[in-house]
Ligand binder design. Structure first.
Ligand code: XMP
Length: 523
């Protein structure tokens, strides 16, 4: 993806869950940045002609025999370097300091006092609120380094300006470090001298060109539409590249929201002018989900079935194309970075948390090649691209909805009855959130059906029915999230409407867990 005339920051990934957030923050101020595994050869790193290099955080201890390692020569390139968390420890360890387990593990919010002037802290306040997540710390610094900031417990920032090395123990890239973007900008723009020349127009132009090249002058593609922002933006990008050689397929997987199947078809055809084939495969999916309780099995079942339906549909279109002398060879997916980062170690040794179906579920014998134009982007970047593509806000402002749909919000077995119950509850939740003007203020808001029945009383009747949990979170990217402090009257409206309007639910509870330690979805 590198373009010779663009400023570039290379981020070497030591396996932190947050590594791509660093890239994202940097792109927010329009500087191009790439994430490479820490094991990438120095030649390859230098071939990108980076303006600076960032060493990411990571879950390991730098002194462990199996700890991820970069070529220590990266510390001798003369380019500006910024170490973050493990990156600080990597620098310290390899340049002659000592990293040991910290007596007091720092996790979560901390206050950092800037004690010496540093280009990194230029224009920031003297006390910074930051996000820490580390068990090790630098007991003694490498020669020529000085401490520029501290917490009550430990060293928080160090630097050796002469060798152009800076490092912080906290995570400037996460939303919980409010001045983190400014700090990164100080490094990238002021210290590295990068130009702010990475813009949505540039992304669109280079992506369209890349897709055109990939697919060739006669290639055909199909695209799975989910109704969400990601697959729609991916489809519009690809349609821009290859026009009517793209056919979109929209599948009812039986676990869509109420009326979604018809509504999405309308928006995609009328709003976006896409060529859409709609497939009602609900029964097929629900048959595969019968008896499945394990969340990962649900994802796998839906993922596999999704691809199977695609293969069927693709074959029909394929046969039609073939008889006209053409051939479908490509499958477009709106996979985003958050779908990837928690599933597999694509860019480094990230820990596996959940396998998201559009990454983990692809069968080995899949016959179509993938185009994933949004694979390195975060949600808000996709919205920005969508706006620049001229897409309607009605689509761009939709809340994220997981590929496995309501299946991961129905705990226990997914049955047609339970889907119908949750669809009703979810529709009420969505309506009330919309009525309160909160749809875009929260990141996601939805209902979850629990396999727990409780006793209630309605009129003079004793009831014994399911419990429904309401989940609403605020987040910037889905990587971290706070539970939303919804107004009581909104919660009251949701609760009383669900209990009185939805047969099968007699109790509503509100989920007050943030991420971490919870995830946004319940499964
Ligand atoms: P979690 O539950 O991991 O969710 O905190 C983070 C974000 O990802 C969405 N999500 C998914 N999206 N396929 C998807 O396409 C999936 O399997 C999946 N699981 C979770 C979730 O809705 C949230 O926005």
């Amino acid at each position: 993806m590198s373009t010779p005339d663009l400023s570039t920051i290379v981020i070497l990934d030591f396996g932190s869950q947050y590594t791509q957030l660093i890239a994202r923050r940097i792109r927010e101020f329009n500087v191009f940045s790439v994430v490479l595994p820490c094991t990438t050869s120095l030649d390859k790193v230098m071939a990108l002609r980076p303006n600076g290099i960032i060493l990411s955080g990571g879950p390991s201890s730098v002194y462990d025999a199996e700890a991820p390692q970069a070529d220590p020569k990266v510390l001798e390139t003369g380019l500006p370097l910024l170490g973050i968390c493990y990156g600080l420890q990597f620098m310290t360890h390899h340049l002659g300091g000592r990293v040991v387990p910290a007596a007091a593990r720092e996790y979560g919010h901390a206050d950092v006092n800037v004690i010496e002037e540093s280009a990194l802290f230029h224009g920031l306040s003297a006390t910074l609120s930051v996000w820490m997540s580390h068990g090790d710390h630098a007991e003694s610094l490498a020669p020529r380094f000085r401490v520029t900031a501290r917490t009550a417990n430990a060293v928080a920032a160090i630097s050796d300006e002469q060798r152009r090395m800076w490092a912080v123990q906290f995570h400037p890239e996460v939303a919980h470090t409010p001045q983190g973007t400014e700090l990164l900008k100080n490094f990238v723009v002021d210290i590295c001298g990068a130009n702010q020349d990475w813009t949505p127009e540039h992304f669109i132009a280079s992506t369209v060109e890349k897709i055109r090249e990939q697919v060739g002058p006669t290639g055909h593609a199909i695209c799975g539409l989910s109704g969400g922002v990601d697959s729609s933006v991916a489809a519009v990008l690809v349609a821009r590249a290859i026009g009517d050689r793209l056919t979109c397929i929209f599948v009812n997987n039986g676990v869509l929201r109420k009326d979604e199947f018809t509504q999405v078809q309308r928006t995609m055809r009328e709003g976006l002018g896409l060529n859409v084939v709609a497939v009602d495969a609900g029964e097929r999916f629900l048959a595969k989900l019968a008896g499945v309780i394990d969340p990962e099995q649900k994802r796998k079942a839906i993922g596999n079935e999704f691809i199977a339906v695609f293969d069927d549909e693709a074959r029909k279109i394929f046969d039609a194309e073939k008889s006209a002398g053409e051939e479908i060879a490509w499958l477009v997916q709106g996979t985003l970075y958050p779908d990837v980062i928690e599933s597999a170690s694509v860019h480094g040794p990230s820990h596996v948390i959940k396998s998201h179906h559009n990454v983990g579920g692809l069968p080995a014998d899949m016959k179509l090649k993938l185009i994933e134009p949004l694979r390195d982007l975060f949600k808000d970047e996709v919205r920005r691209i969508g706006r620049d593509l001229g897409m309607p806000t009605e689509i761009l402002e939709r809340q994220p909805f997981p590929g496995p749909g309501l299946a991961v919000r129905i705990l226990g077995e997914v049955t047609p009855d339970r889907v119908a119950i949750l669809q009703e509850a979810d529709a009420i939740c969505t309506e009330e959130i919309h009525r309160a003007g909160l749809t875009t203020k929260v990141w996601q808001s939805f209902a979850v059906l629990l396999p727990v029945k409780t006793v209630g009383v309605m009129g003079d009747q004793r009831t014994y029915a399911y419990t429904c949990a309401i989940r609403a979170v605020e987040s910037e990217d889905g990587m971290t999230a706070d539970w939303a402090e919804l107004p009581y009257e909104v919660l009251r409206a949701i609760s009383s409407r669900i209990v009185s309007e939805v047969r099968g639910i007699n109790r509503v509870v509100y989920d007050i867990t943030s991420k971490p330690p919870g995830t946004i979805e319940w499964e």
